[in-house]
Design a protein around this ligand. Structure first.
Ligand SMILES: Cc1cc2nc3c(=O)[nH]c(=O)nc-3n(C[C@H](O)[C@H](O)[C@H](O)COP(=O)(O)O)c2cc1C
Length: 143
């Protein structure tokens, strides 16, 4: 099974989750400008933050340009300050448009964490690590 993890981040929150997913999957988490593997990807984990009720436009462009013959399934992970999940909804629509099934969604509300200041290493709480690992494992069990 070919797995890839691609993420967009401004302040490191989403990156921290991407790294946890990648560790479970046994791959490296990469930013969205890193090309996908040459082989078709069975599960592409795609993640990003929420900015003014939207995903970053670079991430929307990335998902909106995915090729269904090269990416078989998508698992979306998003972070935001508040409880709403507009980035997830928007990315799901873009995946649908490309004809790529979205097999799961993970969302974490970060509150004020990462809202201000320069990008730095984000330390996740144990329950956040557990939640994202459980998500990754359940996606990898998809067949
Ligand atoms: C410019 C900016 C706009 C934001 N807009 C929203 C928003 O509309 N809704 C929300 O819930 N969180 C919002 N947030 C919070 C981020 O979604 C949250 O910090 C997220 O974890 C950022 O991910 P990142 O650290 O990977 O960039 C915003 C943060 C920034 C910096």
């Amino acid at each position: 099974m070919t797995i890839a993890v691609r993420y967009q981040t401004r302040n490191g929150n989403t990156e921290a989750f991407a790294n946890q997913i990648a560790a479970v999957a046994g791959v490296q988490a990469e930013k969205i400008d890193t090309p996908l593997p040459a082989d078709p990807v069975d599960i592409l984990f795609v993640g990003g933050g929420t900015y003014m009720l939207r995903p970053d436009k670079t991430l929307s462009a990335f998902v909106g340009s995915l090729d269904a013959t090269k990416v078989k399934h998508i698992a979306i992970f998003t972070t935001s300050g508040g409880p709403e999940t507009p980035a997830d909804k928007s990315l799901t629509k873009l995946a649908d448009k490309q004809g790529i099934p979205v097999i799961g969604h993970f969302h974490q509300m970060m509150g004020g964490k990462g809202m201000i200041g320069a990008k730095k290493d984000v330390t996740l709480k144990p329950d956040q690590i557990q939640a994202v690992k459980t998500f990754a494992e359940s996606m990898l069990a998809h067949n």
